[in-house]
Design a binder for this molecule. Sequence first.
Ligand code: GLN
Length: 428
Amino acid sequence: MEKTFTFDRPDPCNAFIKICENITYGEGPLSGISVGIKDNISTSGIETTCGSHILQGYIPPYNAHVVTLLRSAGAAIVGKTNMDEFGMGTTTETSSFGPTKNPVDPTRAPGGSSGGSAAAVRSGLVRLALGTDTGGSVRCPASFCGIVGLKPTYGRVSRYGLIAYANSMEQIGPMAANVRDCALLYSVIAGYDPRDGTSVDKPAPAPVSPVIAGKKIGVPAEYFGEGVDPAVAETVTEAIEKLADLGAEIVPCTMPSMKYALAAYYVTSMSEASSNLGRYDGVRYGMAPEMVQPWHEAFSAIRRSGFGEEVRRRILLGSFALSAGYQGKYYAKAQAARQMVRDDFARLFAEVDIIAGPTMPTVAFRLGEAADPLSMYLADILTVPANLAGIPAISVPCGEAHDLPVGLQLMGRHFAEDEILSAALAYE
Ligand code: GLN
């Protein structure tokens, strides 16, 4: 039997773009549990904007697969959470609907792009939230807000109904205040869906008990290298010592491909974005253009006013990288570098079970601090390798630096979510 309630709690951090008027829920493992959904995940009958002016007023006619799963598990979907426009950012400040504030310190950004989901969980507005992680967007805000966030293996969670940014790398992931809740939400959304051609038909066990003793944990030197705040490095080093105290064997290692990872990620993600965002012409989705003639001027006008600066920058750079004569120089090289990252992980996972390091090189930025796009891109260096390789990775709170939360990142072999979740449970 369905039950209904209304939600009248204030949202001072601007975690939500939209809060539903009548919230319904049913029976099941998530019965009555409040969930926030990132606004790039389609919800039937509920406006879905991707944080972009261009999609304002767009009401999807169908649910994403994960939303169908949540509804059948009895979850109470509270609303749609704020995000960087189309997921392009690391602070939630590129949203067309104003930035989200970090509940830990409202002068700081919550991280991004799933900053609204992290802020909604951290401020207690919802118990669970869904984010998406193309290059770190679940793990970064989890780290900055002091909560748990998991990026599943590529192919583990259906992307059906997820509005694409860079589809070869992104996954929908669970976010929660603790590992057990994160595992609970993971167990509901993981699994095969024939409507997503990249979905993989494998059993997705959720962990039942904490396991860390006897595990080999690789710690790449590059995760503590240049650009990583020494105070963050120290907090994470202590967390890794705790893993050793719990019986794990720590194995120092190196990941030489790290020096190419960020470039490979940005060339790949911008190229895919330039293609994926071609559909927003104001005719098929979202804002209706003024039908000025000729048609290409109408399309340009709508895209110029509907997309924000960061999205336009990436469409232009991505189109350039893919244009005739330059593909070999940029896109093909990025794919070769991506393969080097995969090869590094394959080599390491022949020796160790888990790879650990900081999730982010710094603590949460001040609002406005990451205004320069290049410095914003640099912050993704520790999260993008997992997306390039498609492996699962979790961020777990592990203490503080400068009085702000720090995340410990644990990466696992393909489809070994249960292993990193079990380790995270033991750590917590
Ligand atoms: N910050 C990265 C980017 O801007 C990651 C975003 C994401 O994972 N959606 O592309």
